[in-house]
Design a protein around this ligand. Structure first.
Ligand SMILES: C[S@@+](CC[C@H](N)C(=O)[O-])C[C@H]1O[C@@H](n2cnc3c(N)ncnc32)[C@H](O)[C@@H]1O
Length: 274
C-alpha cells in the first residue's frame, strides 16, 4: 500500500518518539527519514495513525523501529585509501605523542570498521596500546558488532577492500568459517568496549585521539551536524583527529575553523584550537 506522508506526519512521528522513548530524530534529514518511515509502513502493513499508536505504547516495537529507521550499511576497509592514510600518516602521527591512545568509532553499526581498525593496528604491532570505544544508537546492530559474525558473501567485498588496502596477509587470517558464517577471531575484540550511545542526546565519553564518525552525519540536517561536530570537538584532545565520511562535509559548521584539513579526499581533520 503506497501512502502519502507529509511533513506534519513526520513531525508527529518524531515528537512521539521523542516524548515516549527519548530518541530525537527531529533534526534528521527529512528526505531519508521519510523514505525509512514509508518502508516501515509498507513492511508492517501499517497506516500512519497505526504507526503513531504503536509508537505511543511502551513496547519492544521501538527497538524494531530503530533498527528499520537507521541505515546500517557498512563494510570492512570501505574506502581503502582512507585506511592506508590511517596506517601511513594518522596513526604514526598520534603515536609520536602517545604510545597508548584512544579511538572512538561513533555510529559503528555492526562493527566492520572496528574490526578493520584492529586488523590495521595488529599489523602495525600496536593493537594492545589502543583502547577502542564503539558506539551506536541501535541496540540490535550493536549486538551484531559484539558477536562479530558476518555473512560469507559480505566477506568477499571485505576481502577486495582489504587487498586494496594492501594488508599484510589475507582477511581469512582473521576469521574462521563456521556454520556458513565468518566468525571473527575473538582477540580482535579484546580492546573494544561496545556501548549504546546517542550522538544527539548522549553525554561525552571522555577524550579521544581519533574519532571516526563516517557516514552517520549524512542522515542529520545541518543544524544537528553543527551540534554534533561541537561535541566531537569537546571530546578530542588537542591535535587529535576527526574522520567523517567521504561524501560528508563540515564547512558550514561553526567549529570548522578549529580544525585543519589533513586530507580533503578522505575527510580527515585535525583539531588545532580549543
Ligand atoms: C551507515 S552506518 C555507518 C557505519 C560505519 N561508520 C561506516 O561508515 O561504515 C550509520 C550508523 O549510524 C547510526 N546512528 C544513526 N543515528 C545515530 C545517533 N543519533 N547516535 C549514534 N549512532 C547513530 C546508525 O544506527 C547506523 O548504524
Amino acid at each position: 500500500m503506497i501512502q502519502h506522508i507529509d511533513i506534519k506526519d513526520l513531525k508527529r512521528i518524531t515528537e512521539v518518539i521523542h516524548s515516549k522513548h527519548g530518541y530525537d530524530f527531529r533534526n534528521y534529514a527529512m528526505s531519508s527519514f521519510k523514505r525509512r518511515v514509508l518502508r516501515i509502513l509498507d513492511v508492517g502493513n501499517l497506516t500512519i495513525e497505526g504507526l503513531i499508536s504503536k509508537l505511543s505504547q511502551p513496547s519492544a516495537f521501538i527497538d524494531e523501529f530503530l533498527d528499520e529507521m537507521t541505515v546500517n550499511v557498512t563494510e570492512m576497509f570501505r574506502d581503502p585509501g582512507f585506511w592506508r592514510l590511517l596506517r601511513e600518516e594518522i596513526i604514526p602521527s598520534i603515536q609520536l605523542n602517545n604510545k597508548q591512545f584512544k579511538i572512538w568509532h561513533a555510529g559503528c553499526s555492526s562493527g566492520e570498521e572496528v574490526i578493520s581498525m584492529n586488523i590495521l593496528l595488529k599489523e602495525m604491532g600496536i593493537m594492545n596500546n589502543v583502547k577502542i570505544f564503539a558506539t551506536d544508537l541501535d541496540p540490535s546492530i550493536l549486538e551484531r558488532g559484539r558477536t562479530a559474525c558476518y555473512s560469507l558473501k559480505n566477506m568477499e567485498t571485505n576481502e577486495k577492500n582489504y587487498i586494496r588496502f594492501q594488508g599484510k596477509g589475507s582477511l581469512k587470517d582473521y576469521y574462521k568459517e563456521q556454520g556458513g558464517v565468518a566468525v571473527i577471531n575473538r582477540d580482535l575484540l579484546s580492546n573494544v568496549t561496545f556501548q549504546k550511545h546517542d550522538l544527539v542526546l548522549g553525554a561525552g565519553l571522555g577524550k579521544f585521539d581519533l574519532i571516526l564518525c563516517r557516514n552517520v552525519m549524512i542522515y542529520f540536517n545541518q543544524a544537528l551536524q553543527n551540534e554534533v561536530v561541537k561535541k566531537f570537538h569537546a571530546d578530542l584532545n588537542k591535535y587529535a583527529y576527526l574522520a567523517i565520511g567521504a561524501k560528508e562535509s563540515m564547512i558550514w559548521c561553526d567549529y570548522a575553523n578549529r580544525f585543519i584539513v589533513v586530507n580533503q579526499e578522505e575527510k580527515v581533520f585535525k583539531k588545532i584550537k580549543d
